[in-house]
Design a binder for this molecule. Structure first.
Ligand SMILES: *Cc1c(COP(=O)(O)O)cnc(C)c1O
Length: 385
């Protein structure tokens, strides 16, 4: 079976792990965590980084550090992995789900502007969402598939309405927005995930990067049980969200290959685009003017095929030894978020059932990709006829 996306462990992962074991530093103390944080900060264009146990826990701690309170609403695209919405819930808040732009499959600034203008009112207690009476405190901007959000207008809206901005850049290492790195686009915090299916993995793990030193100190404090001093003194309800040295050891070895991984992802995406996308019935994944996507996942968008036809194609590809998958089922169709306030969902509803994700591990060989391409071509022709 050619897998969808598996880790590429061809670097110094084993060597660094052995160093952890030989030194006995396998837990939350050890040199790799700090080294990993420096590497991630550097690759993000931001001065500060705090590594965490997962992307989801980074999002949770980030929202709390940004002042998101129980009962708040947090703007979030419906088209995302459920972790974005769950982290909002973990902070006691609720997502205000918004549709995405057809150009980028990310938050549409025009829709966000429209919803804020129509549904909110400024009060002494902050920005209030009139239909629910809840305070709106932040925007989670998700870089779908590693493709940047059109951030300039989002940051401008956030300033105008007094909202914080957290980028869910789970798979966005290597992406650029108008030539700028994720840490250089005006978000208060940027989160990454180092889960096993991301471009860079630490086995599991996450990170937050940012510019505001006081905010990043608070993030570090919150993720390390809010301990004061060396003994058992804690001044807040903190979290045990620290990354371990074992995870960071793998993460450091992976970061050494970041440029190679992103180049491989882009090469794989470009080959699928050239071989499969015709721009008429078969479309490539988004490539808006403002973005250099990190191309976390590759595949095609075939809106003319029904969800059943897509399921048939996936099943037959699987028989041919190819792991092809559907895309995120959006939040407004998920049981835990059925009651969340939402915008219209025309674009999201038109996208998600018609996406076919294809094998895109950085170790995918050209022969393997040719095998995938010829089978996908065959299936698309068959579905068309
Ligand atoms: C992977 C992912 C996450 C969650 O990261 P974990 O490290 O698995 O907790 C959050 N948001 C998006 C968009 C993701 O793709």
């Amino acid at each position: 079976m050619i897998p969808l996306a598996v880790p590429n462990l061809a670097g110094r992962e084993g060597e660094y792990l052995q160093q952890c074991i030989s030194s006995t530093f396998v837990s939350t103390v050890g040199e790799f965590v700090g080294r990993f944080e420096s590497m991630v900060a550097e690759a993000s264009g931001a001065p500060h980084c705090v590594a965490t146990s997962a992307g989801t826990t980074a999002l949770h701690a980030g929202l709390v550090a940004l002042g998101v309170k129980p009962g708040d609403l947090v703007i979030c695209p419906s088209l995302t992995f459920i972790a974005s919405a769950n982290a909002i819930s973990h902070a006691g808040a609720m997502p205000w789900l918004m549709d995405v732009s057809s150009e980028s499959w990310t938050l549409d600034p025009a829709i966000v502007a429209d919803c804020l203008d129509r549904d909110t009112r400024r009060t002494d207690d902050g920005l209030i969402h009139v239909p629910t009476g809840k305070r709106v405190s932040a925007i989670v901007a998700v870089f779908t598939l590693g493709c940047p959000v059109d951030m300039d207008p989002i940051v401008e809206l956030a300033r105008a309405y007094g909202l914080k901005v957290l980028v869910d850049g789970a798979a966005a290492l290597g992406a650029r927005y108008k030539g700028r790195l994720p840490g250089e686009i005006g978000a208060d915090l940027v989160m990454y995930s180092f889960n096993g299916n991301k471009t860079v993995t630490a086995g599991g793990g996450g990170a937050l990067v940012g510019h505001d030193e006081a905010l990043m100190k608070l993030v570090r404090h919150l993720t390390t049980t809010a301990r004061v001093g060396a003994d058992y003194d804690h001044d807040m309800v903190g979290f045990n969200y620290r990354m371990t040295n074992l995870q960071a050891a793998v993460g450091c070895a992976q970061m050494e290959n970041l440029a190679m991984f992103v180049a491989a992802k882009r090469r794989i995406a470009a080959r699928y685009d050239a071989a499969l996308a015709d721009g008429i019935s078969v479309h490539r994944f988004p490539d808006p003017d403002w973005a250099e996507s990190a191309c976390w996942f590759s595949g095609v968008y075939v809106p003319s095929l029904s969800p059943d036809q897509h399921a048939g194609i996936r099943a037959r590809l699987r028989e041919a030894g190819i792991d092809a998958r559907p895309f995120w089922k959006p939040m407004h169709l998920q049981k835990p978020y059925a009651g969340a306030p939402l915008s219209g969902m025309d674009v999201t509803d038109a996208i998600w059932p018609h996406v076919l994700t294809l094998p895109c591990s950085t170790g995918l060989t050209e022969d393997e990709q040719e095998h995938v391409i010829s089978n996908v071509k065959k299936e698309l022709a068959r579905a068309d006829g």
